[in-house]
Ligand binder design. Structure first.
Ligand code: HEC
Ligand code: HEC
Length: 219
């Protein structure tokens, strides 16, 4: 009898020790957590609650305006951002040491986990700016050739595939990213979509659209 395999075809844990994630996944199956996925989904939740929590909160609804809410971001967008932080294509002194701790196989379950969390909006601080922000979001600005944000980010800023959810995002973070794109400090956008767009926004328009976005509730 092969003592190194148990009834489910997993390597015998006593023989191999609990060193690799594959073994942990097998252990989860044996312990009855199910056959596919749950082990790595559990891993993602643990990483969220121990690492990401410090800045993004466990459910991804950061309460610190300079740290983005990552709850409800598109799954493929999160995967792309984490890979871009890993490769240095998106530069961040804060996220670089974080992703250095992650294993490549952590990326997909973390993206699935945060993507599935509901985004909680915040209240705009400058309510007077909201109506201009809404105009920019839905109509753009013909004079400066600014495209309407809604064309890519969808009504209420819910996003779609490569276009991230921006509705309900912290205003401070949104303004910072728009400035980064305009200056070319953030340059990981496919087809230069955001670098071209952000250059056409005045400072007043950046502020206004961010004030509109922060309170959007897609629920
Ligand atoms: C010490 C604070 C900190 C921790 C811990 C942290 N992050 Fe971040 N994260 C940031 C900051 C700051 C940014 C924005 C970077 C920038 O300026 O472009 C960010 C950006 C992101 C983004 C891109 C968001 C967007 O809207 O484009 C994702 C995705 C992300 N973090 C995921 C994670 C995950 C997953 C973890 C846990 C493994 C984590 N972060 C841990 C601070 C942190
Ligand atoms: C032609 C399509 C397009 C248009 C129009 C557009 N965006 Fe974007 N936007 C994108 C894409 C694609 C990304 C993600 C880039 C990446 O992959 O990192 C993005 C990212 C962003 C981000 C960063 C989100 C985050 O979580 O870090 C902000 C903020 C943003 N857009 C705001 C706007 C605003 C405001 C407008 C309107 C003035 C606008 N966008 C118009 C395509 C577009």
């Amino acid at each position: 009898m092969n003592s190194q395999r148990n009834a489910r075809g997993c390597p015998n844990l006593r023989d191999y020790g609990l060193r690799s994630r594959k073994l942990v996944a097998c252990a989860a199956v044996v312990l009855g957590f199910g056959v596919t996925g749950p082990a790595s989904a559990e891993d993602a939740k643990t990483i969220a609650a121990t690492v990401c929590v410090a800045c993004h909160s466990t459910d991804g609804n950061s309460v610190i305006p300079m740290f983005p809410k990552i709850a409800g971001l598109q799954e493929e967008y999160i995967v792309k951002q984490l890979r871009d932080f890993m490769s240095g294509r998106r530069k961040s002194d804060v996220m670089a040491p974080v992703v250095a701790q992650l294993k490549p196989e952590d990326v997909a379950p973390l993206a699935a986990y945060f993507s599935a969390q509901a985004r909680t909006p915040s209240a705009p601080e400058d309510k007077k700016a909201v109506s201009l922000g809404k105009l920019i979001f839905y109509d753009g600005n013909e004079e400066s050739g600014l495209p309407a944000c809604v064309g890519c980010h969808q009504p209420l800023g819910v996003g779609h595939t490569i276009y991230p959810r921006i509705g309900g995002q912290h205003a401070q973070y949104v303004v910072q990213q728009l400035k980064n794109f305009a200056a070319g400090d953030r340059a990981n956008d496919a087809n230069r979509f955001m670098r071209v767009t952000a250059k056409r926004l005045s400072e007043e328009e950046m502020h206004a659209v961010a004030q509109y976005l922060v309170g959007l509730d897609a629920k």
